[in-house]
Design a protein around this ligand. Structure first.
Ligand code: ACO
Length: 332
């Protein structure tokens, strides 16, 4: 039973995604760092990842994915009330990529901003966007997850560079009936574990200097094993919270869309939630880890594949730097 507390639902009106044309395969990485296709595939599940062209940035990818989602939703950008862009790789610190996208789309009346919650960013954005609709403060909201992770990746560090890719996913939310669309969301953070995934340089505390750039302090650093241990428990916990809030159980779930960080984490989450392999949407082999973009890309691909049916229950679960984690339960 779905709790009848909401007067307005936030329905999924459209989805879109964009992946850059250029692909880096595991074989390409064998020429860049001391690694092997076998190591990358067995440890992470990744075969290849897309990377942006030299003149392609987060706002460009967001523009392409947004156009696809808006066309799918049959929504004119001029009718958008809000644009939320989840990213840790904005085009620049100021203005936000949300504002850059607003101008590119001509979404004149939309309030636009960025959300920084690493790989959980899209779930955080979806939670904010759906709450705005449910509260009656917005009727149409565009939520984007976009990353140009290659811009913060150290291609001499084999422990991180083989994992990350670029891409964007988008969702258009609009007013719907209670009990359709976003049924419940959950967000949580643990700043005490911030050293598991971080970038030292580039902020007000540690501005970019030649020395810091030469030392590679503007690149992402990760303690993969620590994250691994935390991720499965946190993602399962988040999924259970959203299901409980909606008065539903794992037996009601049609599809699980996990953040695509590592196939072994995905498998761990699937097993603990007692779901079948066929219920889990996996594209990590083709796309790699695209942080906040990973869930909306997978969602858009699922929709494009034609298997998603009206009424299907989709649970999205994310985990990332911060630490941050969260989940969203959607009745399509
Ligand atoms: N090729 C070959 N060997 C490698 C590579 C590589 N690319 N990278 C590391 N190794 C070596 C290590 O140096 C280590 O060697 P050693 O035993 O001689 O010291 C060995 O392989 C094992 O390394 P581990 O780090 O223990 O490997 P693990 O099985 O943990 O896999 C991985 C690493 C894939 C990073 C995994 O820990 C993981 O996926 N962690 C979670 C990542 C995650 O969830 N991130 C959060 C989201 S990302 C975001 O927010 C942007």
């Amino acid at each position: 039973m779905i709790k009848p507390c909401k007067q307005i639902g936030a329905r999924i009106a459209g989805t879109g995604h964009y992946l850059p044309e250029k692909i880096l395969t595991n074989a390409d990485f064998e020429k860049i760092v001391d690694t092997s296709d076998e190591w990358i595939l067995t440890r992470s599940g990744i075969r290849e990842r897309h990377i942006t062209a030299d003149n392609e940035f987060s706002s460009d990818m967001a523009f392409e994915a947004a156009k696809m989602a808006l066309a799918d939703a049959e929504v004119d950008p001029k009718d958008l009330d809000m644009i939320i862009v989840a990213t840790v790789t904005p085009d620049m610190p100021l203005p936000s990529t949300g504002c850059l996208l607003q101008e590119m789309l001509g979404a004149k009346k939309a309030a636009a901003f960025d959300v920084s919650a690493a790989c959980s960013g899209f779930i955080y954005g979806l939670s904010i966007g759906s709450s705005m609709i449910e509260s009656g403060k917005a009727e149409k909201v565009l939520v984007i997850g976009v990353e140009t992770l290659t811009s913060i990746t150290d291609y001499t560090d084999r422990t991180t560079c083989v994992l990350f890719g670029d891409g964007c996913g988008a969702v258009v939310l609009e007013e719907g009936e209670p009990g359709e669309g976003v049924l419940s969301t959950f967000m949580q953070s643990d700043g005490g574990e911030k050293e598991l995934l971080y970038i030292v340089a580039g902020g007000s505390k540690t501005p970019l200097t030649t020395e810091r750039i030469e030392a590679g302090e503007h690149y992402i650093r990760m303690k993969g094993d620590g994250l691994f241990k935390y991720a499965v428990r946190a993602m399962v916990d988040a999924a259970r919270h959203t299901l409980k809030e909606a008065g539903l159980g794992t037996e009601d779930v049609t599809y699980l869309i996990p953040h695509q960080a590592n196939i072994r984490i995905i498998e761990g989450v699937r097993k603990r939630l007692k779901l079948e392999k066929e219920q889990v949407v996996v594209n990590i082999d083709r796309v790699g880890n695209t942080s906040s973009a990973s869930i909306p890309i997978a969602f858009s691909e699922l929709k494009e594949g034609g298997t998603l049916k009206k009424g299907d229950l989709v649970i999205m679960v994310a985990f990332g730097g911060g630490l941050t984690w969260g989940a969203a339960l959607i009745k399509y």
